[in-house]
Write a new protein. Sequence first.
Length: 94
Amino acid sequence: MILLRLKNSKSNADSCPRKEKIMKKIIKIEGLDCANCAAYLERKLALIDGMEDVSVNFISKRITVNADEDRMETVLRDVKKVTGDIEPDCVLNI
């Protein structure tokens, strides 16, 4: 799924907004032990550069990532790294 989002240019407040393509990716996560772990992981994943929005659902065992289409590959690599650092027993199906 690709969403279009308008974003104002930071270099000139009077310039026209630019269109940015936002891509949504759903990742299955196995081995997540508790809802508190999911909440902590979500807060850390939200800090990834290029991440527009992220949610970690403990019940459905899914991570939903919204990021700029051009940066999605890098964001997913960082999601895998951060998840491995915080929850080394978890397996992501990207």
